[in-house]
Design a protein around this ligand. Sequence first.
Ligand code: SF4
Length: 351
Amino acid sequence: MKTALEVSKKKTTNLFQPVRVYFEQEALNYPLGRQIYERVQKEGTEIKMVGSHNRVTGIPGDTPQMSYREAKRTLVVGVRRSKNFESCKPSAHYQLPLVTSCPGMCEYCYLNTTLGKKPYVRVYVNIEEILTRAREYINQRKPEITIFEGAATSDPVPVEYLSGALRRAIEFFGQQEYGRFRFVTKFTEVEGLLSLQHNGHTRFRFSINSDQVISRYERRTPPLKERIQAAGKVFKAGYPLGFIVAPIFVYDGWQQDYRKLFEELYCQLGKVQDLTFEFITHRFTRRAKANILSLFPQSDLPMEEQQRQFKFGQFGYGKFIYPKETLQEIESFMKSMVKEFFPQAKTEYFV
Ligand code: SF4
């Protein structure tokens, strides 16, 4: 069997190419840490050592925009020490912490708020320890099935050629009677994952949107056409497939655009037996809005508070969502699209 690095040698053009890589000293005690170190050293990438992957200093940038851009070009290789996994509703029981952040620069990304001003990309080299912990969670809940989400705080695909984390997780869950895995991506470098023994235990999902939303707001991510082609390969490889349509925006012509999206999916995939959809409408908090406008001062993301409904949350945290009638209109439209194009598919949730 080929290693993740061997698979990656075929094509590296669309992959994340960090301009600097920071290592925790302890990461070099793991074979994967040394493997990544040797690779980036050979490629002549700037290397630095850091005390902790949680406290990285020295990423350049005099303004919030520059710091953000530089952080998105920075890779940190560390050891994941936290023993507990976060819960992950509504898509799974637990997060599986394999990667943090992603090199994409989607304007609306919630990681822009949760990961601070420098959302550098992190990979963890102690994958076996993380999977051992996952096995303990599975054992605690069996005979119930326990589902783990591999993309709760990241898009893991762009760094897969370096970390091999998805590959290892998919094979691990392929062997678990009571454990299931799922992750979502906007990226298209899926070749190295197609021949794995997934045994139908990993749901491979793609995050998609209308062409207009992708070209306006999802910077440094592949276009819709390429994502749908990648989904076609994943489908042919026998994975349970899923799509997250998010964030859904209402704008002039939104229904035609989202209809076109379903038409393109149908053209590529035809009938799919095991298919799921998740729908998430656009929402924002005041904090997220301030962060987005400091990172993308020219952004035209629709964030007019008076056009939204305020939904109170726990601890005084609240968000601006579409008004109830608009949400109902979006939900009924999306459900009609699923019914028309993929009547056998399951809609997991609409929020
Ligand atoms: Fe965020 Fe996903 Fe875009 Fe990456 S691809 S910036 S994780 S929304």
